[in-house]
Design a protein around this ligand. Structure first.
Ligand code: GTP
Ligand code: MG
Length: 322
C-alpha cells in the first residue's frame, strides 16, 4: 500500500540522516511519527519508526552518564606512542586491550559493549606504548568525539573479526565512518593515518573461509594484514615489534658526564631526530650551551664525538657536553 507522506516528513528524514546524537535522532523520529498521517496505509511505517525510537532509547539507557551528557571524552597521552584500536562492533577490540595491557575493559558477546575510550599501557622491551580501546565504528552510532581520538592517534589498529558472517558489510560501514572523520579519502582507499590491519578470532572454525572472502575483496588494497586470536593469544608475540616499528621512533639513552651509564629509561624521539633535538627535550639550557656530544653505539667501544646536527639512531647512548 502506498503511503502519502507530507513534504515535511521527507525533510525530517533528511535531517535524521545528518543527526549525530541519540537525543537528536529520537527527537526527529518522534516528530516524523507525529507528522505522519495515521491510517491503515502507514501502519507498517509507524511501527518501524516506533521500534527505532525504542531501540535508540534502549541504547541511550546503556550509555554511561558522561556520554549521555555529550561531554566529549578524551585520552591523556602517555608512554612512547599511542596506538588506537578501532573497528567494527564485536570484533574483539576490548579483548585485545585486555590481552595486551593491564586494563580491564568490559567484554561481551554483543555489539556496542564499549561506550567510552579506555587506555592501557603495553610494555615493549624498555618502553611503554599506549593502546586505546574505542567504541565500535558505526555509521549509525559513532559520535564525532571518536573522530577526534582517532585523528590524534599516532597509529590506528583496525581490528576486524574473521568469524563474522557480515564482515564485508561491517568493514564497509567502518570505512564510511573513517571517511566522515576525514581519516579516509572519499572514494579512494587512502588514509591520513598509518593503519595496522588485524584480523581477529582465527581460532574460530569459519575463519579460513571468511579470510578468503576478505582477501577476494580487499586483498589488493590491504595486501598485508595480521591474523591473531586476541582471546586465545595466538600470533600476538610479534605485535610489540610491529607496534614499535609503526611508531617510527627511536630510543636514546643519555649519560651524564662523569656518571655511570643508566640504561633504565630511554628518551623516545621521532626517527631522524638530531642530537640538538634530544638536548631540547632534556633541558633548554643544554641547547643554549651545547658544545659537543659523545655518542656510543656500544658502551664498551670508544665514543664518537658528534655535533648538534648529528642524526641519532635507535639505542644510541649520548652524553651532552655544555
Ligand atoms: N573466538 C574468539 N572470540 C573472541 C576473540 N576475541 C574476542 N572474542 C569474543 O568476541 C566477543 C566480543 O569481544 P569484545 O572484546 O567485547 O569486542 P569489541 O570489539 O570490544 O566489541 P564492542 O565494544 O561491542 O565494539 C566476546 O564474546 C569475546 O570473548 C577471539 O580471538 N576469538
Ligand atoms: Mg569493546
Amino acid at each position: 500500500m502506498v503511503v502519502n507522506l507530507p513534504p515535511q516528513y521527507y525533510k525530517k528524514e533528511a535531517e535524521l540522516k545528518k543527526a549525530k546524537t541519540l537525543d537528536e535522532k529520537i527527537a526527529i523520529l518522534e516528530e516524523m511519527l507525529s507528522i505522519m498521517p495515521k491510517h491503515k496505509s502507514s501502519e507498517k511505517l509507524q511501527a518501524l519508526l516506533k521500534s527505532k525510537i525504542a531501540k535508540y532509547k534502549r541504547l541511550k539507557e546503556k550509555l554511561p552518564q558522561t556520554a549521555r551528557k555529550q561531554t566529549a571524552p578524551s585520552i591523556k597521552r602517555e608512554g612512547a606512542g599511542q596506538i588506537v584500536i578501532c573497528g567494527p562492533p564485536n570484533s574483539g577490540k576490548s579483548t585485545l586491550l585486555a590481552t595486551l595491557t593491564k586494563a580491564k575493559p568490559l567484554i561481551a558477546d554483543y555489539p556496542f559493549t564499549t561506550k567510552l575510550p579506555l587506555p592501557g599501557m603495553f610494555p615493549y622491551q624498555d618502553i611503554k606504548i599506549q593502546l586505546v580501546d574505542t567504541p565500535a565504528l558505526s555509521t549509525e552510532f559513532s559520535e564525532n568525539w571518536l573522530g577526534d581520538i582517532l585523528r590524534k592517534a599516532d597509529v590506528l589498529l583496525f581490528l576486524f573479526s574473521l568469524s563474522s558472517d557480515n564482515l564485508i558489510e561491517e568493514i564497509e560501514d567502518s570505512l564510511k565512518v573513517l571517511e566522515r572523520f576525514r581519516i579516509k579519502e572519499e572514494g579512494k582507499f587512502s588514509f591520513t593515518k598509518k593503519i595496522i590491519w588485524v584480523g581477529n578470532k582465527i581460532d574460530h572454525p569459519d575463519s579460513k573461509e571468511i579470510e578468503e572472502i576478505f582477501i577476494d575483496l580487499y586483498g589488493k588494497q590491504i595486501p598485508e594484514f595480521l591474523k591473531i586470536s586476541a582471546k586465545e593469544r595466538i600470533n600476538i608475540e610479534n605485535l610489540g615489534d610491529i607496534f614499535f616499528k609503526s611508531l617510527d621512533i627511536i630510543r636514546v639513552y643519555t649519560k651524564i658526564p662523569g656518571k655511570p651509564l643508566d640504561l633504565q629509561a630511554p628518551y623516545t624521539l621521532k626517527k631522524n631526530s638530531s642530537v640538538i633535538e634530544l638536548a631540547e627535550i632534556i633541558h633548554k639550557d643544554l641547547v643554549k650551551n651545547f658544545k659537543y656530544a659523545r655518542l656510543w653505539k656500544n658502551i664498551k667501544e670508544k665514543p664518537l664525538i658528534v655535533g648538534r646536527d648529528h642524526i641519532l639512531e635507535d639505542r644510541d647512548i649520548v652524553e651532552i657536553h655544555d
